[in-house]
Design a protein around this ligand. Structure first.
Ligand SMILES: Cc1ncc(C[n+]2csc(CCOP(=O)(O)OP(=O)(O)O)c2C)c(N)n1
Ligand SMILES: [Mg+2]
Length: 684
């Protein structure tokens, strides 16, 4: 720009273009939230034009800053930005193409079937969107994981003179985000970990759907965040670009704390009806009000989806030029790094491509038959540690239960504020924040696992559901998986959690039945680079079954398999998962010794079994054999489809109780004898 007057003009025009595109998009869709994008246009402009280290022509460049719109209901804001900034799509190798991520036509298709502009931003659906948001608080949680991943990658892979990773994570969030528990959990971890590369811009607009925040949100946010160990900046007018610039400068200079910028804004800025809570929340402004608002902006009142000349060019000259230079510098740096540090560079390339190193599973153990056996949480810990040896970016931890979930990596350091290279994370008792973080970590290329007791999976379920929607490869390690927990009693004994986990589409659940199945479940979990996996594990010991006698545990990958069988067609099928596999096995042996033609089927993963072809499914569960017994220490619901109308379920139909676990099993009738009797009864 030749003069500052011109710069101001083009800035104002760019900002008003963001505003009017958002208004027009919402109006055309006849749904959505226009008020927030209108108010946040200046700060968003500032972030993209002057701050983000982001090359719109290479949206997946690994060194880029991450931008997260946690208040996903303001999606037209990010869509407008993606269009104006000229973000491109990427090809299957992750390289930028000439195709725009969003055309003006795409903006006109806001919220329509199969459009690139769905109601809330979806990662992997729209380039330029870094994570799926909409459920308030989750984007904030994700951002903490992204910031941790940036520091972890830097601490492990940067070398003197090679600052490959030091990217920042910028978040726009709202009152709703800040009210959510998950957001506070994540903020608490971020403060503890001193994630100084994290910047939240909080839209303090004093309004939510029901009205003024006085109704329900009167805390002192600045004090809370100071207490959480954050640096707090205040900007009193969302239209004051100078004040915004100062706050962002302060963030850049801060090297010991995450930063929150508390930004006062007026929702629906510029509209004649400023506090229009309808227009602000989930409803278009209406044609008339749009006209008046455009007039107030000095905009052609009747033009729709207008992008004045110079606006896209302006973003190319600012963000585009800066990002391209940074990315080219980075590429050069990486090329030199590759020469000097070939093996590290090879690892990084695998991280970027979401691939596994050759031989990654070589150290996953196998286990000898052993009637006393060991708890699957124990074999899980051994399998995890085996895998971790050859997969250096397998990192994670638990919500204060590592000694019980056995998820600590041996001989590895802790990720702490003074050691961002550590692989062992301590998430504290913040299950939801932990899982939300894990999503952000996975989106940055590392392979996170998170752990807690299975019963507390309910505490992190919303984030787990988002792992599935986003198809990110987070591994959930859930131990203490049933009434087998024993003395801790019903509050700690999962009953419906298996059904609940299996109910989440695109989530693969494994409940392995012995040590070797556990090792195979870990192998399958890590190999699943396209989605989340849950491992459901016992507290109590389980016999390690003899694999010379029974079918090999590699079959776990198929989800269900015949462990042992009668000669010829079976008359009755016994099915089980996890700790009940050995119960079913005992019943099977007794039936077999009685001369009953029984089949024993292990069902470690219903999802995996569901993916097999019909011929395989029929070979395991022949449709003609309708006398079936399933045993699992959970509720019946997920088994109905395998049991059919004639089948019998042995499991839980209420909560457990506090006692030594063998007694609870006896009392609830989940025993080899019960399985044997049920089979006998079915056979008449
Ligand atoms: C977890 C969750 N609960 C409820 C909603 C529904 N919802 C969408 S926007 C919103 C509140 C809007 O207020 P605020 O977060 O302050 O955003 P603003 O309207 O000021 O942009 C709510 C409750 C949601 N998206 N996520
Ligand atoms: Mg608000």
């Amino acid at each position: 720009m030749s003069s500052s007057a011109t710069l101001e003009d083009i800035q104002t025009t760019a900002i008003n273009t963001i505003r009017t595109l958002s208004m027009d998009g919402v109006q055309k869709a006849n749904s959505g939230h226009p008020g927030t994008p209108m108010a946040l246009a200046p700060v968003t402009y500032k972030l993209w034009a002057d701050v983000l280290n982001y090359d719109p022509s290479e949206p997946l460049w690994p060194g880029r800053d991450r931008y997260v719109l946690s208040c996903g209901h303001a999606s037209m804001l990010i869509y407008s930005m993606i269009h104006l900034a000229g973000v491109k799509t990427a090809d299957e190798n992750g390289n930028g193409t000439d195709e725009p991520a969003l055309t003006l036509e795409d903006l006109k298709q806001f919220r329509q079937f199969e459009s690139r502009t769905p109601g809330h931003p979806e990662v992997k659906h729209t380039y330029g969107v870094e994570t799926t948001t909409g459920p308030l608080g989750q984007g904030c949680g994700n951002s903490v994981g992204m910031a941790a991943a940036s520091l972890w990658l830097g601490a492990n892979y940067n070398k003197p003179g090679y600052e490959l990773f030091d990217y920042n994570v910028y978040v726009q969030c709202s009152d709703g985000d800040l009210m959510e528990g998950v957001c506070c959990e994540a903020a608490s971890i971020a403060g503890h970990m001193k994630l100084s590369n994290l910047c939240w811009v909080y839209d303090d607009n004093n309004i939510t759907i029901e009205g003024d925040t006085d109704l329900a949100f009167t805390e002192n946010v600045a004090e809370r965040f100071r207490g959480l160990g954050w640096a707090v900046q205040q900007v009193d007018d969302a239209n004051d670009l100078g004040a915004m610039a100062k706050a962002l400068d302060a963030f850049q200079a801060e090297d010991a704390k995450p930063t929150i910028i508390i930004l006062k804004s007026v929702i629906g800025y510029g509209s004649p009806n400023k506090a229009n809570t309808h227009g602000a929340h989930g409803a278009p402004l209406g044609e008339e009000e749009i006209k008046l608002t455009k007039e107030a902006y000095g905009w052609p009142a009747d033009e729709k989806f207008l992008v004045p000349e110079g606006v896209c060019e302006h973003f190319q000259e600012t963000l585009g030029a800066r990002g391209k230079q940074a990315r080219e510098d980075w590429n050069e740096l990486f090329a030199a790094y590759k020469k000097e540090f070939a093996s590290e560079a090879a690892e990084l390339e695998q991280i970027f491509a979401c691939q596994l190193p050759a031989g990654w599973d070589a150290e996953i153990p196998t286990f000898d038959a052993d009637p006393k056996g060991l708890a699957t949480r124990k074999s899980s810990g051994m399998a995890l540690n085996g895998a971790a040896k050859n997969l250096p970016w397998l990192i994670g931890g638990s919500a204060d239960l590592a000694p019980s979930t056995l998820t600590l990596l041996d001989n590895e350091g802790d990720f702490q504020s003074d050691n961002h290279a550590g692989r062992n994370f301590h998430f504290g008792i913040r299950e939801h924040g932990m899982a939300s973080m894990a999503n952000g970590m996975a989106l940055c290329g590392v392979r996170p696992y998170v752990a807690t007791f299975f019963v507390f999976s309910d505490y992190l379920r919303p984030a787990m559901r988002l792992s599935a929607i986003m198809k990110v490869p987070v591994i959930y390690v859930f131990t203490h998986d049933s009434i087998g927990v024993g003395e801790d009693g019903p509050t700690h004994q999962p009953v419906e959690q298996l059904a609940a986990a299996r109910a989440i589409p695109w989530l693969t659940v494994f409940r392995p039945g012995d040590a070797n199945e556990t090792a195979e479940a870990w192998r399958a979990a890590i190999a699943n680079t396209c989605g989340p996996t849950v491992l459901v594990l016992t507290r109590q010991n389980l016999p390690t079954l003899c694999r010379d006698k029974y079918a090999p545990a590699e079959n776990v990958a198929k989800g269900a398999y015949v462990m042992a069988d009668a000669d010829g067609s079976p008359d009755v099928i016994l099915m089980a998962s996890g700790s009940e596999l050995s119960i079913a096995t005992e019943a099977y042996e007794k039936l077999a010794s009685d001369g009953v033609k029984a089949r024993l089927v292990s069902v470690p993963s219903m999802e995996r079994f569901g993916e097999q072809d019909q011929a395989y499914k029929d070979s395991v569960l022949p449709p003609g054999v309708t006398k079936r017994v399933a045993v699992e220490a959970g509720i019946q619901q997920p088994w109905d489809r395998y049991l059919g109308l004639d089948g019998v379920f042995i499991g839980m139909d209420g909560y457990g109780s506090s006692a030594p676990y063998q007694q609870v099993y006896e009392d609830r009738g989940i025993t080899p004898t019960a399985v044997y009797d049920a089979a006998k009864k079915l056979l008449g």
